[in-house]
Design a protein around this ligand. Sequence first.
Ligand code: NAD
Length: 80
Amino acid sequence: MKRYLVTGVAGFIGANVAAALLRAGHEVVGVDNINDYYDPLLKHYRLRPLLAESIFHLSKRIWLMRLPRKRCLQTDPFMW
Ligand SMILES: NC(=O)c1ccc[n+]([C@@H]2O[C@H](COP(=O)([O-])OP(=O)(O)OC[C@H]3O[C@@H](n4cnc5c(N)ncnc54)[C@H](O)[C@@H]3O)[C@@H](O)[C@H]2O)c1
């Protein structure tokens, strides 16, 4: 298992890349500021299955990341 950093993880490409990495058994650290360039609800919808994975960590900013292995840093993006 490797640990990957995926930026823009709530976006179209990022969410699909993260899902593929998780399926392959890797740990993923995703960063996204959930901006409103288009509807943020779509981004939350994309994040939902990723957040269910214990090896997925989500952060709004890179400097926030301090990773306890196998735990979600942020489990509910609606809390932001
Ligand atoms: N989708 C395509 O077919 C395609 C093709 C070629 C190139 N690209 C490029 O690939 C990149 C991703 O494309 P996409 O379709 O996934 O876009 P997208 O808009 O769906 O995803 C980008 C994500 O990055 C996040 N983001 C933006 N600025 C951020 C910041 N400062 N900090 C944290 N998160 C931030 C946004 O909230 C969004 O969720 C873009 O640069 C796009 O131009 C996309």
